[in-house]
Ligand binder design. Structure first.
Ligand code: BGC
Length: 761
């Protein structure tokens, strides 16, 4: 009887299963098997080729004869081309004129918003608000897809501890945990729940791996680090993106373990695919394969074969795959299987985007007019920008300002729409960006109370200014003597109640190929500040920057400093929202501000050494310190002031011991003791006191951004479990080791409450 009922159950299940639609994966495989069975070797190699369309370039090489190559099936995708109309016409060539009618994938560097430009990623990270960050990527995807784009080269998640490196602007700062959370939020925002929807786009996490750690902070330079450091401190954000289902990965320019990432099989296959389970495709960075000739890895044929063998699927710009793989195959240097694997992964990406169902899915000519740069999106960009600003100093509560104050608005970035958006703004319309001058007038409604004077150039040296301005965002060089320009600003300050000095870097002082050996504010801007201070009027410095600057002198002399990064198209309005108190600042640093350039690299989660300095000490002979500067940062990781104050209670732990399968609840009460409602980023750190390998003095493990009304107290709780205590040990096993742990909770990584517990066997 039992046997019969089992048989019936199996039969019912079989009928049921037959009636079910095939799982997506199976359908996709069948479709691609069928397509690939029709493809010639040349056509398969063609899919691996990604030329740049030339709307925008970041390298010296440019592609030619693209139309002809598309017809011949020698192009898999195109990047840096926009507008739905233009992309539609190119797609038409692919699906009407090429033999197999395979649609192209269209990529672009949509890094921090599209036409509604959001803050640069470093700024965005300082909001510590994952919903806001996800939303910024969602809006970017919506706008970009309305303009024909279905693939973005973002998120950039390279950990960096070196502000000399200009690309620190494009990442999320120095912390692996926060970086990983942000990577996930960005992927969710771009890709949404359904990648085939016409308003979601495929993300591409970059630059895999370690690109943020070049020697001496010089872009593209050599990277060399231990595997322990890679796994514990640099890999987590890339892995976070993979865990969130990112569709593609971009290889970095630098070498890893002496082999360029682009040819590094351990990195591209063993770690990425075998250990992390990545199933999407890998694209090189711009001419990444060709650059291996200069790295000293061989000629174009050799390096192209090395890249394919390592696990690279798509060749950006360089055409090494296109021009050499057939020969390498003939010579037995690579196999057909390798080409098939790469081709399959690219076709799969196109399938997942829904391009085989409708190649024009992202080419709706009507969407852009109603979905791009809308008022709602711009408002969201403005709100996001104001959440990214970090108040570094506010002596005697100089800020917020009164809306009826007479303002002397000075500085090279005060009336400068071109430089509001920061680096990597490939679609934004700079002329339409809101400058600080525009923003103050909008928010106060009293433009007549502003007296403006530029006061100085961004840098003192015109040749440097020209190098910075090579991407067309130069600020207009004022060739009059500096004293004359400063005198104008002093004059403009005469009748003012307060001076707002808008200083800092140009948009392109940071970003790709924009490394600096000295990260202090240029001397000419400091001269302007000194002259302004001499007027005796209170000075507020609004600081535009793509990197943490070494502003020790400013900290010691300027009463109020608001760091605003590059806030995007609505930056000026957001600055005014914060200056006049419509928004209470809540951003916290995700990157340490050093006191001077020589302290770099500097990060809060460093090791202790065998000769640490006692807390509060500056110098002690035969200890790890400098003669000329203390070991302290100027502003620590996690730091940021508010217009109100937050008071932390002692930490309450649910237990002083934790079993491996157990949990500990950590809670504090946070009271808003000031005069404004405000948001506080409550941060949880741990320290593993004894390890089989040395452990950092602090590691961020969780955070919570809470809104607390003035006078109110809120309890904030975190749960610690075994996963939070794990690290990669000497054998690169992910383990938690029994013993004592410290727990810290506070509003930044320095000023914290402390408790401890023991993890038992
Ligand atoms: C950059 C990448 C970018 C690519 C395409 C390269 O130079 O390193 O981040 O995605 O250009 O524009």
């Amino acid at each position: 009887m039992r046997k019969i009922s089992l048989l019936i159950a199996v039969m019912i299940a079989a009928v049921y299963l037959q009636a079910q639609p095939l799982p997506q994966e199976v359908k996709m495989k069948q479709f691609i098997d069928d397509l690939m069975s029709k493809m010639t070797l040349e056509e398969k190699i063609g899919q691996l080729n990604l030329p740049g369309a030339g709307d925008f370039t970041t390298g010296q090489t440019a592609n030619t004869d693209i139309g002809k190559k598309i017809v011949e099936g020698k192009v898999g995708g195109l990047f840096n081309i926009s507008t739905a109309a233009k992309i539609r016409s190119v797609q038409q060539v692919a699906v009407e004129k090429s033999r197999l009618k395979i649609p192209l994938i269209f990529g672009m560097d949509v890094i921090h918003g599209y036409k509604s430009v959001f803050p640069i990623p470093l700024g965005l990270s300082c909001s510590w608000d994952m919903d806001l960050i996800e939303q910024s990527a969602r809006i970017a995807a919506q706008e970009a897809s309305a303009d024909g784009i279905c693939w973005t080269f973002s998120p950039m998640v390279d950990i960096s501890r070196d502000p000399r490196w200009g690309r620190i602007a494009e990442g999320n700062g120095e912390d692996p945990y926060l970086g990983s959370e942000i990577a996930k939020a960005m992927v969710r925002g771009y890709q949404g729940k359904d990648l085939t929807a016409n308003n979601t786009i495929m993300a591409c996490v970059k630059h895999y791996a370690l690109y943020g750690a070049p020697d001496a902070g010089r872009d593209y330079n050599t990277v060399d680090m231990s595997h322990q450091r890679m796994y514990n401190e640099y890999f987590p954000p890339y892995k976070g993106a993979v865990d969130a289902g990112v569709g593609s990965v971009m290889a970095s320019f630098n070498e890893v373990d002496g082999i360029p990432a682009t040819a590094n099989k351990w990195l591209m296959t063993d770690v990425l695919r075998d250990q992390w389970g990545f199933g999407g495709f890998v694209v090189t960075d711009y001419t990444g394969i060709n650059e291996m000739i200069d790295h000293g890895m061989g000629d174009l044929k050799t390096v192209s074969a090395l890249a394919l063998k390592a696990g690279i699927d798509m060749d950006m710009v360089g055409e090494g795959f296109l021009t050499t793989l057939e020969n390498s195959l003939r010579e037995g240097k690579i196999s057909v299987q390798m080409i098939d694997n790469a081709c399959r992964r690219i076709l799969e990406a196109k399938y997942k985007l829904g391009l085989f169902d409708d190649p024009y899915r992202y080419c709706d000519l009507n969407r852009a007019a109603s979905e791009v740069y809308t008022e709602a999106n711009r408002n969201q960009a403005r709100k996001t920008a104001s959440e990214s600003f970090v108040l570094l100093r506010n002596q005697n509560n100089l800020l917020p300002l009164k809306k009826n104050a007479k303002i002397a608005l000075v500085g090279p970035l005060a009336d400068n729409r071109l430089n509001m958006c920061g680096t990597w703004t490939v679609a934004g319309d700079f002329e339409k960006a809101i400058s600080v001058k525009d923003g103050i007038a909008m928010v106060t409604g009293k433009p007549e109370l502003i007296t403006y004077a530029k006061g100085s150039n961004i840098v003192a040296d015109s040749a440097l200014e020209a190098r910075i301005g090579m991407f067309g965002k130069a600020t207009g060089w004022d060739s009059r003597p500096a004293e004359v320009v400063i005198a104008e600003a002093v004059k403009a300050s005469q009748n003012a109640d307060v001076i707002v000095a808008v200083m800092g870097e140009a948009a392109e002082s940071s970003g790709e190929s924009s490394s600096m050996s000295d990260i202090e504010l240029p001397e000419n801007q400091r001269d302007l500040l000194k002259a302004l201070l001499r007027t005796g009027k209170p000075v507020v410095m609004v600081l535009f920057t793509g990197r943490p600057l070494a502003i020790k002198w400013e900290e010691e002399n300027i009463p109020a400093i608001l760091n605003v990064w590059f806030g995007g198209s609505e930056a000026g309005a957001a600055v005014a929202d914060v200056l006049f108190g419509d928004v209470v600042p809540s951003g916290k640093l995700t990157t340490t501000f050093p006191q001077n350039t020589g302290q770099i690299p500097m990060h809060y989660n460093h090791k202790n050494t065998g000769r640490p300095l006692a807390e509060g000490q500056w110098f002690s002979k035969f200890r790890s310190n400098y003669l000329d500067v203390s070991n302290d940062p100027l502003y620590p990781f996690g730091f940021g002031l508010s217009y109100t104050n937050f008071n932390y209670s002692d930490i309450n732990l649910s237990s002083n011991t934790m079993k491996p399968e157990g949990k500990i609840e950590v809670s504090v009460s946070v009271t808003n003791t000031g005069n404004y409602d405000g948001k506080e980023v409550v941060q949880l750190y741990i320290r593993d006191l004894v390890g089989s390998v040395t452990r950092p003095v602090k590691e961020l493990k969780d955070f919570s951004k809470v809104f607390i009304k003035k006078g109110e107290t809120k309890k904030v709780s975190f749960t610690i479990d075994i996963e939070d205590l794990k690290f990669y040990n000497y054998e690169l096993k992910h383990v938690a080791e029994p013993g004592e742990f410290k727990v810290f909770v506070g509003g930044n990584s320095r000023d914290v409450k402390e408790a401890s517990f023991v993890l038992t066997e």
